[in-house]
Design a protein around this ligand. Sequence first.
Ligand code: C2E
Ligand code: MG
Ligand code: MG
Length: 553
Amino acid sequence: MAKECYEDVIMHCAELLVKARTVDSEENRKAVCMMSQELVFDGLEMKRLDVTGKRVLQSICFMKPEHADQSRRIEFCFEEENGATAVYTFYHVTGQEEWDELTLKRMRFFAMQLHEVNERQNLVQDANYYRYHDPQTRHTNMTYFSECCDYHIRNHTIDRYTAMAVNLSDFTNLNLLIGSSNCDIVLIRFMDWLKIELESDEVVSRISGDQFALLIHKDHEDMILEKLRSSEIRYGKLPGDVVKLSAEAGIYRISGEVESYHHIIQAISSSLNIAKNSLQLQFSYYDPLSADATEKKKFYEEAFEKALINEDIHVFFQPKVSLKDYELIGAEALSRWIVDGEVVPPDSFIPILEETTRICELDFYVLDHVCKSIQGWIRHGVKPVKVSVNFSRRHLSNQNLVRDIVQVLDKYEVPHQYIEVELTETTIDADYAALKQIVYALRDCGIESSVDDFGMGYSSLSLIRDVPFKVLKIDKSFLGDKNMESDERQRAMMKHVISMANDMGMECIAEGVESMEHVQLLKESKCYMAQGFLFNRPIPQEEFEEILTTHAR
Ligand code: C2E
Ligand code: MG
Ligand code: MG
């Protein structure tokens, strides 16, 4: 090969270099060596150092080390954009004559050409590197974690592992204490410190900030948790440059089939949240059962809004009857959610809605529906009965509750005497004051209120003494089972409660009347109003309207 056209040689050489890096074949190395010999210089080693110039990121050697004369060599260094340095070292082969000026020039050119090709290659490699690594800590990232999980899910090996989400405690304060750059070092050292213990198929990845995800063998769990309980991390050279760390963790001992990595991430994140919000728990284990409850809650919350718009929540009516003549005297409006044709009873969704103020939307939805129905009855010449609507205690914080209720009644021109507001007794002092105010204000507007489920909570007698409820709804548990002695005492109590309410000018209605024995008992106790399965279950509006029309006739 003519020395004049060495540019061509170099390019060819560079191609071989690329091949050498990718296939790493001995043959390619030999070829590069041979060509560089033709160009007078003999051995070549290429290194890539990190920003500090200490750590070797990459190294390729194109000759056998025993051929090199370590004492006679020349280095060409090139700075890369990201601060790393590429170093090309040419070695003399033992016994060879010194390099002359021209050769040195050619060597430099050769190195530059190689570097250019190398840089292009590195860019491609870097893109791959940053796909799976966090640039700050140089540890793997969540893409890597997710792909590892998916790999084990596909191979049905995922149940050998425990997944964890880890959060360093008090890291924000630590930032203030030792500064953010020291904290960056702490993060890296902490991850290094975890990683040291792991085997090659185990993973520690950075989620973000001071949070990490781990995928470890089940039998390594205790060892890792021990480290998370407390650890000392050195971030500088001075004796005091040490911090004590601990971490909260959400832990998922993976068992059975898992659909995708999303499930794993969701499981460890929700458990970590529990640990972070708990005063006692440092580690929280994922529990599929409580997760089911969370899923259910999420389902109802999301579906509720649509249900209101689509009117999938139906208002059922349960008749109230007089025990003197068994005539219809009123009704209670009760919600029923129809999901795919199935009736969902309120016990499944009311407690969920009650955790937020969504329950208030439901109660007003029911009130609106009831008022519209009453307006319809009046227009069709059917005399309405009083309908009671349940109002959750969640409304008690609404300063404008009474105004809002009256607005609905007036919108449908419903005479106020046809609506009764059922409120559940409450034991909280603050609620008690609000309750009192509301009942007074309702009474002033001509709307009656009742205490629902009286006897269920720790009823305070002062509640009925101080708050002007019109009606006491005696809970079904008071009727009890006639064969049980404890229920005998309940019934004795019931008699006295009824007599006390009567003396105070309140009306009493018994809930849960299921038998003629119950009726007998109530009559003996001088309670003459009842609601229960003996007469009717809660029924759809059309069915109730038939009863109402018959009654009106
Ligand atoms: P509640 O207000 O005490 O309503 C009476 C409950 O007793 C109703 O249950 C009714 O079906 C049931 N019941 C009636 N007669 C009998 C009987 O003879 N035996 C037995 N074992 N049970 C009887 P439901 O409809 O399942 O409602 C449960 C609770 O859900 C209600 O208790 C009420 O607190 C709440 N709720 C229902 N709809 C609404 C609503 O729209 N808003 C609010 N805030 N709460 C509601
Ligand atoms: Mg009720
Ligand atoms: Mg009740």
